[in-house]
Design a protein around this ligand. Structure first.
Ligand code: NAP
Length: 332
């Protein structure tokens, strides 16, 4: 069957993303071919494109961490799904495409009536934020948290979910995004001009996707019993591999400190945790879909772009020109 997809042909700037037409294979015995309605654009896609992420799949490949679509055809032993079913999945790669083939076990049922652009925002960003709050930091009502990148995709999700959990929240963001952080219930901190270690001193947890030196500073902001969770290295975009190495060294150091009482440090990765606890991912995403149905969460979709505009989506994400999530409309 013919397919249109966006592939990464080399490492580099957004221009290395190219639209191509090729054949998509039939699903194997326990696989499902999906017609993709929406795919999220993730900061990890940008880091992979620049070769600042590990592992980077062999080139050429299509990025695309999360998808919503309808089942188009099923392999011969698939019993759980049938053509027309609405599904949602963490694909990790391959989502920048009109069609994708995935194992049936990777799919989660999506309720009808949801906006596919809002729903796809739940897979990576909201599940990460939910797991950081409830599974990893195990924050309880009244506790405090410092959320870095608070106006971004994961950050806005963490603010919405943290508010529902009754947390006191500090959020770092550049100044023009402070109204959004406040509107979502956070206390904004201008990380370029203010010292977050002082403004948020004594917090119970820090969620840090920045990396580099930021990790050590975040750790120092924690109060007794505080939990540091590093889950990304956005700073690699500016500082390149040097910042990745620095983050790696900081993490080793922080993990050793865990041996001392009072504070803890750990790394979180949605993919590693999904492998370790597949039931968590399914349960949490299903819970978030119900919350979206009930309108208790409201993902911020800052741009809906046709599939072929993936390079523009990358360029916008890279210069932090957006709040919330950018979504590719894969049939447009
Ligand atoms: N480990 C996991 O499982 C996992 C899952 C999801 C995402 N992530 C990682 O989490 C990170 C964020 O993802 P995202 O989708 O939320 O990205 P995003 O939507 O691009 O948001 C990140 C925001 O952080 C802000 N920022 C940049 N430097 C900062 C700094 N030094 N301090 C505070 N804020 C800063 C930028 O906005 P302003 O500077 O304008 O405020 C940017 O818009 C990425 O590194 C991604 O790879 C990891």
């Amino acid at each position: 069957m013919r397919n249109t997809r966006v592939v990464l042909t080399a490492l580099g700037g957004p221009e290395v993303l190219k639209v191509i037409e090729d054949e998509i294979r039939d699903p194997a015995a326990n696989e499902v071919r999906i017609k993709i309605l929406t795919c999220g654009v993730a900061f990890a896609d940008v880091l992979m494109r620049r070769g600042l992420y590990s592992p980077v799949p062999a080139l050429p490949y299509s990025p695309g961490y999360d998808i919503v679509g309808t089942v188009e055809s099923c392999g011969p032993v698939v019993t759980q799904w049938k053509p027309g079913d609405l599904v949602i999945a963490l694909s990790m790669t391959g989502g920048y495409s009109r069609y994708i083939v995935l194992p049936e076990s990777e799919l989660v049922q999506m309720p009808a009536g949801l906006d596919p652009a809002e729903a796809v925002s739940l897979v990576l960003n909201y599940t990460t934020a939910y797991q950081l709050i409830h599974r990893i930091a195990k924050l309880r009502q009244g506790e405090s948290v410092l959320i870095h990148g608070a106006a971004g995709g994961v950050g806005t999700a963490a603010l919405q979910l943290g508010k529902l959990a009754g947390l006191k929240m500090f959020g770092t963001a550049s100044k023009p995004k402070h109204d959004l952080v406040s509107a979502l219930g956070g206390i904004p901190i201008d990380y370029r001009n203010e010292d977050f270690t002082k403004r948020a001193a004594g917090v119970d947890a820090v969620f840090d996707p920045i990396g580099g030196r930021n990790w050590l500073r975040s750790y120092s902001a924690l109060g007794k019993g505080g939990r540091f969770i590093g889950y990304g290295m956005s700073a690699a975009i500016e500082g390149g591999r040097r910042n990745m190495l620095l983050a790696g060294a900081s993490f080793t150091w922080l993990t050793l400190i865990k041996l001392f009482p009072g504070k803890s440090a750990r790394w979180y990765s949605i993919t590693t945790d999904k492998k370790a606890h597949p039931e968590w991912f399914r349960e949490d995403l299903t819970r978030l879909l119900t919350m979206l149905q009930q309108k208790s969460i409201s993902p911020i979709v800052s741009a809906r772009l046709p599939l072929r505009e993936a390079p523009r989506a990358h360029e916008m994400l890279e210069r932090a020109a957006v709040t919330g999530k950018i979504v590719l409309m894969c049939q447009e």
